[in-house]
Design a protein around this ligand. Sequence first.
Ligand code: SER
Length: 337
Amino acid sequence: MRKKVTLITGVSGEVGLALVKSLAELGYNNLLTLDLRSLPPEYNQYSIHIQGDILDKSLLNRLVSEYEIVAIFHLAALLSTRAEFTPVAAHHVNVEGTMGLLQLAAEQSEWRGEPVLFIFPSSIAAYGMPDLKTKSQYPRVREWEWNYPITMYGCNKLYCEMLGTYFCSNYRQLATEAPQMLDFRSVRFPGLISALTVPSGGTSDYGPEMLHAAAQSLPYSAFVRPDTQIPFMAMPDAVNALLLLSRAERESLNRTVYNVTSYSLTAEQFREQVLMAFPAAEIDFKPDLKRQKIVDSWPADLNDNDSRRDWGWKPEYNMERSFNEYLVPNIRKRYQV
Ligand code: SER
């Protein structure tokens, strides 16, 4: 008999490291993790780790022959800024990688006669506000509004949300006998901030970069204007959102894709929060026009009413708690300041 496992792809990224630790602490002792990179040594205890590529079909076949995959948290992706430099590679990883895993999940669902749970983190990048006037006129967007992404990453995420929804409701149903569907669920995250890791390749990174630089007494120039506003979320809430959504009753879900958010602030307000904790921090603003354009296309805030109603989503960390109780104390510990 194959061992039943929950698969986490992209585990060595920011969300992955936080998620695998939380799942292990909750008693999940059947975690199989996959990433191009190895796991930091202190994480080895949490999972069986495979170093490999989600695009490697023979590797995925080998995993399926050895393990019964009952759930997948598919986190592997190239983020928004990086994807603009390598759009074809981003499409390979973000779209073809997701397609391969959806197919794997669909086959496993059929074989098991029970849906495989497929959790897919999407992003605020799935939105595209046409200009700043519209961004200020429609500050709290709903899931179905302004789905006109301007980045490769945003297009990839939006399409994969649709692909997942298709696999969950119509895959092969429109042509053949109805097979067992997989159970696809997705959250659109705002910019995520972790105290333990620094993001790489994203465009919301100016927030966390400001904070991590300040804690190390390094000067920092944010690559956006001070008035730039997007929503953010502390990493423990992001992990909690994935867990809550994965545990929700299928019947209570009215959508496959849900907004989640915690608090929205401008880059200047972010700087003020950082200065409260690190008064000597040297932070200024040197907008990079291309990255600025990306952030300007993202909404100022998200409306997450449907998540709250359907699966009890509620962030535990508002702005004050996020900085005072999670980010600042843990960052101080990390850099010993
Ligand atoms: N944090 C991501 C990025 O900046 C957005 O989801 O690319």
